[in-house]
Design a protein around this ligand. Sequence first.
Ligand code: IMP
Ligand code: MG
Length: 180
Amino acid sequence: MAAMPSDGLTLLIPEDELRAGVATLAREIDRDYTTTGVVIVSVLKGATIFTADLLRVLQAEVHRLEFVRAGSYGGGTESSGDVRLAGTLDPRHVNGQHVLIVDDIADTGYTCVAVKNYINGLGPASLRYCTLLDKPERREVEVQYDYVGFTIPNHFVVGYGMDFDERYRGLPAVYYFPDA
Ligand code: IMP
Ligand code: MG
């Protein structure tokens, strides 16, 4: 059992709501991939727990699970806008496939643009983006998120895979720093 937060974190989305939100997303995704199946590309590290839960409730066939790593924060709470991608995909795993990118949170939008551009360059049959959380107030680039679990206010959040300086990923619910 992960330690409960003791440093002023405030609960934003409890576990049961996360579970219901993930199930709703899975039904939407299932509808779009029933006939084709899907290749999932999860964005490390924040989306790990969401991806694991989503996979276990999806009914569409998942042909393959791959990972890319994206980062631009480097310890702070503000995106630098300069997204670094690491962990290359084998083009054969993406080319001609229906690909779904799975991410933890949509903030400025730069990660979405960078990951989509990279995968589009590998020639997928289709490409969609799923994010568990969305902070639309923070958007700096116009991008399309095809599946959104929860739209949230402009708070820095942690837990359920998401970190602040690598901490709090193991919390089972989503919390925020009230004054950040
Ligand atoms: P974007 O590129 O600004 O849209 O940022 C997306 C990435 O930044 C997410 O995939 C997260 O890894 C990270 N991020 C953005 N907002 C938060 C937050 O509130 N808590 C933790 N990580 C965040
Ligand atoms: Mg992320």
